[in-house]
Structure formats: C-alpha cells, structure tokens
Design a protein. Structure first.
Length: 159
C-alpha cells in the first residue's frame, strides 16, 4: 500500500512537471515568434531556455514511460514464446535496463560534479548548467529503480 502511494505521488509530480514545462516551452516559443516577426526583436536566449526545458521534459518523462512500460518495443516474436519464457525475458530486459541506467546515472552524476566545480554556464544567459545535469542524474536513477523494481516485483504488484 505504501509503495502504491509513492508510485502515485511520483507519477503525479513528474506529470505536473512535464506538463508545466511543455506549456512554458509553448508560451516561450509563441512570444519569441511574435516578437521576432512582428516587432523584429527576438527574445534573447530563448533557444537556450528551450534547450534546458527540453532536458527537464525528456528526463521527467523517462520514469513515467518506464513505469507504464510504454517504451517502443519490437514484439513480433512475442506470440511465438510461451508465457513463462516471455515473462522471464521481460524481467531480464528490465534488469539489464535498470543496471545500464544506474551506470549511466553514475557517469552523469560525475559529469554534474565536474560542471559544478568548473562553474559551467550557458553561453548567452549564463545559466548554471550543473543543476540541470544533477536533475538528469536523479531522474535516471529513479528510472533505473523503476526498471529494477519491475524486474523483481511479483506480477501485478503495481498494476
């Protein structure tokens, strides 16, 4: 029951973040286009801000897609496998995805630490980049945990 509540809260939080960022990207693009073509005065740094919002949007969506098991898959052989083998293959795939994502998260975490130490910023607006890379690492770790949970959970645990 506790895990179900955590799952729902994480789902709600990431969905709200993704929706808000998507709306902000839309609004920023609209304002930039209006200023650029009507007043010949583009919004300074809008491309950079859009890039950073895209990072947040993609990495906030990754745990959502993984939790719902909605990744693009090739399942043209699934109907040829017995259900027991198919469940085993899916568990192995989730375990491998979880392990690989944990490794990638660790590498990105190290990169974020270097960026923080160097004080890396965006070129036009000088926005600190390390917080975005730390967020990427955290959301990749969350996604890795989701895959590992799906690999080892009893069937129907969170469905």
């Amino acid at each position: 029951m506790r895990m179900r509540k955590l799952d729902l809260e994480l789902n709600r939080l990431l969905s709200i973040i993704a929706a808000a960022v998507l709306f902000a990207m839309m609004a920023l693009t609209f304002v930039d286009v209006v200023l650029r073509y009507i007043f010949n005065a583009p919004l300074r740094g809008s491309f950079e801000v859009t890039e950073l919002m895209m990072v947040v949007l993609i990495f906030a969506g990754l745990p959502l897609v993984s939790r719902r098991d909605e990744h693009v898959v090739m399942d043209f052989l699934d109907h040829l496998m017995p259900p027991l083998v198919l469940r085993a293959v899916r568990r192995i795939v989730h375990a491998v995805c979880g392990a690989v994502l944990a490794g990638v998260g660790w590498l990105i975490l190290q990169k974020a630490a270097k960026m923080l130490a160097y004080g890396d910023t965006s070129s036009a607006l000088h926005i600190a980049l390390a917080p975005f890379v730390y967020l990427m690492a955290i959301l990749i770790f969350v996604t890795a945990l989701i895959h590992l949970f799906l690999a080892f959970a009893t069937p129907g645990r969170l469905d």
